[in-house]
Design a protein around this ligand. Structure first.
Ligand SMILES: NC(=O)c1ccc[n+]([C@@H]2O[C@H](COP(=O)([O-])OP(=O)(O)OC[C@H]3O[C@@H](n4cnc5c(N)ncnc54)[C@H](OP(=O)(O)O)[C@@H]3O)[C@@H](O)[C@H]2O)c1
Length: 316
């Protein structure tokens, strides 16, 4: 199959593309910065292009003749013109409309768990508005996915906490320590995308994606600390301190947390058991746990270049 991916240069996209290439598919990746993503060029059958999404019919010409369009574009923190509204709504709707206009048979769209037009965080509101508008477009064979936090090699969650634990001098102040997450393995997210491509039962539906267990943020940071043999003491902060700290941290480039991140964590990122069972059945998922995967990529890792991660993030 010929598959065009937008937002394919990041964590999720790199895992998804590697699997799609191994399955024999031809991939086109649309990116704003082809020069930064040479790792994808080493994969055979991957073409990388740089386009103006809003140029007259340019996107249509890129996806015409393709069988599937996948949109993974997303940001956690806005910067300059790259606002939540621009990336999560304008770009996403542009992709959905172009997909429909050229008659591409299939669209897969990445949203986020708890995405809702009435959420308190703009990340979740923009993701929710886009998902609802895309699902409402007539004549589009679309499936949307709304995962909790995703883990796996090169993730931004466990790797980020590992980096922070190394930097902190003995005490780790933690905002939203009681917020709950159900981390899902990237391999399971990739399976969800691939298994849905030619399954008409999934058309017009949104799937919430969660891992097999839920944990508080404090438990997840403690788990991370065990993987890297950190003796840092985790200090949960109450609301009185959490909110101002998140606002303050958000002012720094490559901020580990922002006020909007704090707001998105005010709702537990977990699925109900019934929804999860139905999703796993329809998408054919066998979920893997953090305990069975994270030690393989976090344990024994060298974090000596510990600030590099934040420098890279702040350049995005
Ligand atoms: N990772 C998670 O835990 C998680 C959880 C829930 C939902 N999600 C969603 O899953 C998707 C992929 O996440 P990820 O972790 O792979 O993120 P990532 O590593 O930060 O990659 C994000 C991608 O978005 C693209 N992008 C950013 N701004 C763009 C714009 N203005 N126009 C077009 N593309 C733009 C980037 O492409 P270029 O820079 O190459 O143009 C990049 O490939 C996102 O939509 C995210 O919200 C992720």
């Amino acid at each position: 199959m010929k598959i065009c991916i937008i937002g394919g240069t990041g964590f999720v996209g790199t895992h998804l593309i590697t699997t799609l290439v191994n399955c024999g598919h031809q991939i086109k990746v649309i990116t704003r910065r082809p020069e930064r993503h040479r790792h994808l060029r080493t994969l055979s059958t991957v073409k990388i292009v740089d386009i103006d999404f809003f140029g007259n019919k340019i996107l249509e010409r890129q996806i015409d003749t393709y069988d599937v369009v996948i949109n993974l574009a997303g940001i956690l923190n806005p910067s300059g013109l790259n606002t939540f509204e621009q990336v999560h709504e304008n770009v996403a709707l542009r992709i959905a409309e172009a997909t429909k206009a050229v008659g591409t048979p299939r669209l897969l769209h990445m949203s986020a768990l708890n995405a809702d037009e009435n959420a308190s965080s703009e990340y979740l509101r923009s993701k929710g508005r886009a998902r609802d508008k895309i699902l409402a477009i007539d004549g589009l064979n679309v499936t949307t996915f709304s995962p909790s936090v995703i883990f796996g090699e090169a993730d931004s969650f466990f790797n980020r906490f590992a980096q922070l634990l190394i930097i902190m001098p003995g005490i780790f102040p933690l905002t939203c320590a009681s917020a709950r997450f159900a981390p899902i393995f990237i391999g399971d997210v990739v399976d969800a995308f691939i298994n849905s491509i030619d399954n008409p039962e999934t058309y017009g539906k949104n799937y919430n994606l969660c891992g097999p267990e839920s944990y508080s943020l404090k438990e997840l940071v403690q788990f991370t600390a065990r993987q890297i043999n950190s003796n840092c003491t985790i200090l949960p902060l109450n609301r009185f301190f959490s909110k101002p700290l998140a606002s303050l941290m958000g002012l720094f480039p490559g901020a580990p947390i922002t006020l909007d991140n704090y707001k998105s964590m005010s709702v537990d990122s977990v699925c109900t058991e019934a929804t999860q069972n139905e999703t796993n059945r329809e998408l054919g998922l066998t979920l893997r746990s953090i305990e069975s995967v994270v030690p393989q990529y976090l344990g024994g890792k060298d974090f000596s270049g510990k600030m590099d991660y934040f420098r890279k993030k702040s350049r995005r």
